[in-house]
Design a protein around this ligand. Structure first.
Ligand SMILES: Nc1ncnc2c1ncn2[C@@H]1O[C@H](COP(=O)(O)OP(=O)(O)OP(=O)(O)O)[C@@H](O)[C@H]1O
Ligand SMILES: [Mg+2]
Length: 255
């Protein structure tokens, strides 16, 4: 029997990533508990995507350490990090256009985390399950090129979920969606989280952060500016100054 570690599932200590002389991520510390759902917010260029790239092994760190269940994953290649159970989406959606939604997700299921190795038949059974979970069941046999933007975002999430991650990293999966589509996407994230997956999501839509996240981490110029309960963080004067702006603050006060 494997014993579950008592510490955090994900732990970042002094995580730093530089491009040229500029630290895009600069000494970031935080922890995420298993089963939590946490939002990362902050202005454009704050280092949010870079941070996700550090966690998923796309970038080598220039400093600090990242631990998954107590073991360092710093310096590991992305496929090894994925096999350990960290799944992710990309800010720029890159599906295989001529394939169907089902085939796209099936590939995610085939190349999943280590405990999830499976044959083609099982992979497609899992693909169907995940497509239903994200609300794409009726469109499973459509080529991706025929899907709308919101459906492509769903597909992107489905591809990551099909790898059976223990931790899912989502990068702005609700960007460009209208209010109705955001509500549907919120429901999708809740459904995925309810299957037991820990979720770390980057989002500019505050309704999403308040609606699903138990905790929010604010990045500014590569550093953690504030973290805590979303309602508290979003009223923090420094966060309003650096990111949300006065207009948002006024709306919050009048609501
Ligand atoms: N591959 C790269 N090479 C050089 N500079 C980079 C690279 N990736 C990001 N940067 C720089 O690092 C900083 C952080 O960028 P990043 O994309 O992480 O921000 P972000 O918070 O995700 O922004 P957005 O909200 O616009 O997606 C920016 O100044 C950006 O120009
Ligand atoms: Mg980004």
């Amino acid at each position: 029997m494997s014993t579950a570690p008592a510490g955090p599932q994900l732990e970042l200590r002094g995580v730093t990533k530089r491009f040229g002389g500029v630290a895009a991520v600069d000494g970031v510390n935080f922890e995420i508990a298993k089963g939590d759902i946490v939002g990362i917010i902050g202005p454009n260029g704050a280092g949010k995507t870079t941070l996700l790239n550090c966690i998923s092994g796309v970038y080598h760190l220039d400093g600090g350490d990242i631990k998954l269940n107590g073991s360092s994953i710093a310096g590991m290649a992305p496929h090894r990090v994925a096999r350990l159970g960290i799944g992710r989406t990309f800010q720029i959606v890159k599906p295989f256009g001529s394939m169907t939604a089902r085939e796209n997700v099936g590939i995610g299921a085939l190349f999943g985390s280590a405990h999830a190795r499976r044959g083609v038949k099982q992979a497609f059974a899992l693909a169907d399950e995940v497509l239903a979970l994200v609300g794409l069941k009726a469109k499973a046999d459509l080529p991706v090129s025929a899907l709308t933007i919101p459906d492509r975002k769903r597909l992107e999430v489905a591809r990551a979920v099909a790898t059976r991650p223990q931790l899912l990293l989502l990068d702005e999966v609700m960007a460009g969606l209208n209010n109705v589509e955001i509500d549907e996407a919120l429901e999708m994230v809740r459904s995925v989280h309810a299957t037991g997956v820990t979720v770390l999501l980057i989002e500019h839509v505050m309704r999403v952060i308040v609606g699903v996240c138990r905790r929010a981490i604010v990045l500014d110029s590569g550093q953690v500016l504030a973290q805590g309960e979303p309602e508290v963080v979003l009223r923090d004067e420094r966060v309003i100054q650096a990111y949300l702006g006065e207009r948002y603050a006024k709306r919050l006060k009048s609501s």
